[in-house]
Structures are given as C-alpha cells and as structure tokens.
Design a protein around this ligand. Structure first.
Ligand code: CP
Length: 287
C-alpha cells in the first residue's frame, strides 16, 4: 500500500507504467479487484470531474465508497482538518482521496496510516489530472519525447499547470506558457499565443481561477479575442495538433463555444481517460 501525493515522488518509469496501465484499464485488459477495501472521498474544495471520476473508478474496482460532506460535518463546530482525517483513519478506512485549498496539505498528515491520494492541493499539484493528461497525450501521439505543448491562461493560480509542466519536462516534452502577463510566472518559457497556435502539438487552455482571487484586466470578449481559442485560430493549428483543457471551462472566455467539441478537442476524452487514470492510481496504491 502506498500514497499518491505528487508525481515528483515517482520515477519516469513508474509514471509511464501508470499511463500504460490506464490504457489497459480502458481496453479492459487488466485485472484489479479491490473488493473489501473502503475508501473515503474527502473534498474540502469543490469538484465535479475529480470527485466523481474517482468515485466511478472506485466502483469499477469493487471498492466501498464513503463520500465525506464538509458542509454537514463537524468542521462547522471547529474540528480541524487534521482531526477530521485522523477520525477517518480511526474508523479503519483503507484510503482517503483528499482535495484541499492548502498547498501541500498532506505534509501535516505524514503519520496517517490509511492510503492518501491527493486530488488537488491549492495551487500546488493535481497529480491525477496530470496523469489523465499524460494518458490522453500518449494515446494520441504514442510518445512524449519532443512534443511541444503550450499551457495558456491563468498559469499563476493553476495547480494543473504547475504539476504538468514539471512532469512533462521530465518526460522529454518541450513546454511553454502563454497568456496575459498578469497570469504568467517563471514555471516555463513564455511563447506569444499567436506563435503557440502555429507551432504547438498541444494547446492546453486554462480558466481564470476566480476562487483564488484571480482578476483579469479585460472583458470576457477582449480575453477571447486576445487569448481565447476561437475557430479561426484552430484552423491555423498544425494538422495533427490537439486541444486540451482540464475543465471546468468558461465558454466564450478562454475557449469559444464551437471549439469545445470540435474535432481537435480532446476535452471530453480527457474526462473519459480520467476514470481509467484513476483506476491505474488505485491499482498502484492498493496492490
Ligand atoms: N479538472 C478538475 O479538477 O475538475 P474538477 O475541479 O471538477 O474536479
């Protein structure tokens, strides 16, 4: 049994195995039975995809699933995050999938005995999202080496960008960031959006994270025109290039309505692969 907290903890070989196992799960070509294991999904921050695709993966593998609801819990009576997790450990829960607003929240849980799976920590990491993104890229290109990716938008507040840039560089991809200056940091090389459109194999869009106090200095329509992906820009992309977005997306801000489901878009494929990436993670943690 082992934790899954950041991809930094895994070798490139282990990451590639997780990717390949996810694709085997997708083809129904891998055996994994976790009947009898009890897992709690504990989301202290909102989620649709991560929470319910973990839930789907857990059900597929035969686990018993408890959904923790922070709104009706004793957090509202002053119980701390640590004491909530310690309480679940004391129930004998085998594993906990945790999302929290604090970066590296898991550091205060280092003595917890149950398996811990990070479902996103503040602006730090979102390793199951990174894995499903890698699965989608590998499924499309059958390699990582020398692929060019630009992550575009609110890099500053994005755990997806920060986690992905690190692991993608480790796997031999050429990474770039693009978008308004106010959302850039030094996590990768900057590329003007216009150049990214014509040169990249993958354009990964991000939404502006208003819940982390991100404020853009332009209207939605100005943002769409300058930094959003519109169909005229899609038509200027390389023939085999793809569009990704971790979602949720804001239609007609960072992505035009008609681009969301256009042939180059892998956004809903990412969501589908998310279930298999999470099966692969559960298999890795509990086998
Ligand atoms: N991509 C992602 O993490 O989506 P949710 O916030 O809905 O889980």
């Amino acid at each position: 049994m082992r934790n899954f907290l950041t991809l930094d903890d895994l070798s490139e070989k282990e990451i590639l195995k997780l990717v390949k196992d996810a694709l085997l799960f997708k083809k129904n070509e891998i055996e994994c039975d976790l009947k009898g294991k009890i897992i709690a999904n504990m989301f202290f921050e909102n989620s649709t995809r991560t929470q319910y695709s973990f839930n789907t993966a857990e059900e597929k593998l035969g686990m018993k699933v408890i959904t923790f609801n922070p709104a009706t819990s004793s957090l509202n009576k002053g119980e701390s995050f640590y004491d909530t997790v310690k309480t679940f450990e004391s129930f004998g829960i085998d594993g906990m999938v945790i999302r929290h607003t604090n970066n590296e929240y898991y550091k205060e849980l280092k003595d917890i005995k149950s398996v811990l799976i990070n479902a996103g920590d503040g602006t730090g990491n979102h390793p199951s999202q990174s894995l499903l993104d890698l699965v989608t890229i590998y499924e499309q290109f059958n390699k990582f080496d020398n692929l060019n990716i630009a992550i575009v938008g609110d890099i500053l507040h994005s755990r997806v960008a920060h986690g992905n840039l690190k692991v993608m560089e480790r796997l031999g991809m050429n990474t770039y960031i693009s978008g308004p200056k106010e959302f850039m940091d030094n996590s990768s090389k900057f590329i003007p959006f216009k150049d990214a459109i014509s040169e990249m194999d993958i354009i990964m869009l991000l939404r502006i994270q208003r819940e982390r106090n991100a404020v853009k200095s332009m209207s939605d329509s100005e943002y769409l025109e300058n930094y959003g992906l519109t169909m005229d820009k899609v038509n200027a992309m390389k023939k085999d290039a793809i569009i990704m977005h971790p979602a949720p997306f804001n239609r007609n801000v960072e992505i035009a309505d008609d681009v969301v489901e256009c042939p180059k878009s892998k956004i809903f494929t990412q969501m589908n692969n998310g279930v298999y990436a999470r099966c692969s993670i559960l298999n890795h943690c509990f086998k």
